[in-house]
Ligand binder design. Sequence first.
Ligand code: S3P
Length: 446
Amino acid sequence: MSTEGPGLTFVVQPGGQLAGRLRVPGDKSISHRAVMLGSLAEGISEVTGFLTGEDCLCTMKAFQAMGVRIEQLGPTHLRVHGVGLHGLKAPAGPLDLGNSGTSMRLMSGLMAAQAFETTLIGDSSLSKRPMRRIVDPLRSMGAVIATTDKGTSPLQFSPAASLKAIAYDSPVASAQVKSGILLAGLYAEGKTEVCEPEPSRDHTERMLRGFGVSVDARPGYAAVQGSQRLKATHIEVPADISSATFPMVAAAIVPGSDVLLEAVGINPTRTGIIDILRSMGATITLTHERMLGGEPVADIRVQGAALKGITIGGDVVASAIDEFPAVFIAAACADGVTTVNDAEELRVKESDRIAAMCDGLTALGVSAIAKPDGAIITGRGNASPIGSGTVDSKGDHRIAMSFAISALRATGPITILDCANVNTSFPGFVALMGGAGLRISERVAS
Ligand code: S3P
């Protein structure tokens, strides 16, 4: 399951343009939730467009280990034989969730409610990530959970006598925390409510409704009444806007580039990257807007242009939270200073993304000054603003893919270390981006 170690290196030759019609893999957040809710439903759910990246496969294997039959009928087509809210069985051992914070925090809500013991573990990155943010509210619902002294995994769940509903005022805008609590709320007596400082992605609320559960939700608030049954359904997973971000930014930073991304999810809680790139001067056109499996989707065309530096902060941060590594690259290629504020959450992602991006940009000759909640990046906007060199992705998929696209505007080759985790969210990245014009190759360390 683990893809740890510096085994895979990307080498990207400088220059080129991006062109073509691309379909990036399925949405990671929606794919996780499809497996989880499909497993808890009564009946057989079909999932199409599923992301077969390592993170979602961890979720799938965890539910299989708890007795759920999940058939893989095609490369992205699952059939999930739901066992009902109370049908999960004790797994034979700890559930290994690899690199996936979404699996661990959402499943915490479910494991808290089971009548058997479970232990959730992950790789070295996941084992460092903060879990008190989900464990504390679950404990206040009555859950019995042990963590390390630092509040990290392994997380050990023991059966609770019962769970009671809470009204939780979350200090962070986190869909993982919100969703973990709502999933526990399905098993609680009463109405479980979550308020957030800014609206986070609402895929759990939308998908619960798709499974026939009544959810009370508006931006920044979600609530669910306990003991509702889920009825099997068909989930069509749109392409992931967070993966589409790499070809979008790659096209945006190279005048003359022109790409069309097909059937990308444009849930308003996720479209901050479109707003940010447009503010920087990119030409972005949405066509063929429609609904797919309860989520809005569109084809997104991006044409390269000269970008300008901007100030980013406030509400847009939550709706672009996974896109900042790529935004930092756009900033390096823009004319003028880009300041990112209010983004302290970037420090507790798969890596400390503020440090990883500022270190890497500095190694490539770009002025990038880290702040506790963001960075100040001075873009040079000229022909080749990025130098040649080697950067460490810190095993973080989005850091690796961001530096890969930066080579389009570099003076010489860029080597990126520790890239195996790109498979957690974007299997086929090298082939897809290579086919569209990125001069990328892989090297496996011997
Ligand atoms: C996710 C929520 C976000 C995001 C992550 C996926 C989800 O995390 O960064 O990649 O699927 O709920 P937070 O909840 O920590 O903001």
